[in-house]
Ligand binder design. Sequence first.
Ligand SMILES: Cc1cc2nc3c(=O)[nH]c(=O)nc-3n(C[C@H](O)[C@H](O)[C@H](O)COP(=O)(O)O)c2cc1C
Length: 163
Amino acid sequence: MSVNLSDVTRLIPCSVALLSVATKEKRDVMTCGCMFVAEDQPFFIVSVAKRIFSHSLIEAAGEFAINVASEGQAGLARKVGALHGQEIDKYEKLGIQTEDRGPGKAPFVKSSFANIACKVLTSYPVGKYTVYIAEATDFAVDSTQRPVAWYGDRYFALKDEVR
Ligand SMILES: Cc1cc2nc3c(=O)[nH]c(=O)nc-3n(C[C@H](O)[C@H](O)[C@H](O)COP(=O)(O)O)c2cc1C
């Protein structure tokens, strides 16, 4: 029996983030997974394909925002992840409402579970991706919302606590 090792990546439930990024001239948003490095330091890790437009903006801006997708944003996360922002403005195309944070600052996406502004600390090339480690510099949370998880290419609401 042949085994496709790429399938093992689908075994890990992931967070769903709308990563927003902006320079003074351009802005973009992509869907990605995000995790923290350690509990006692507010550092986060994301992996971004080198070929996509968000990558060039992160390189230029040195910062981005992690907008933790809420239940109502699962469809938006799928759409954002299927479009490329080089030629279109995804915010306009998809009607994404933002809280602007000033020129060259990543906007916060409204209706997210949480918004976390991050400054890139360091990055590592890993094949076709760049892995960024970034420090949280500011955040907002809407505890009336609930985050979603991504697992096996499907989105799940985080509902019942299990013990
Ligand atoms: C649920 C989901 C998770 C994704 N995770 C990542 C990721 O971790 N890294 C990445 O580079 N692309 C990821 N993508 C694909 C990017 O979101 C997509 O290539 C990006 O939106 C391209 O946009 P851009 O060219 O405007 O940057 C993911 C897509 C979806 C739907």
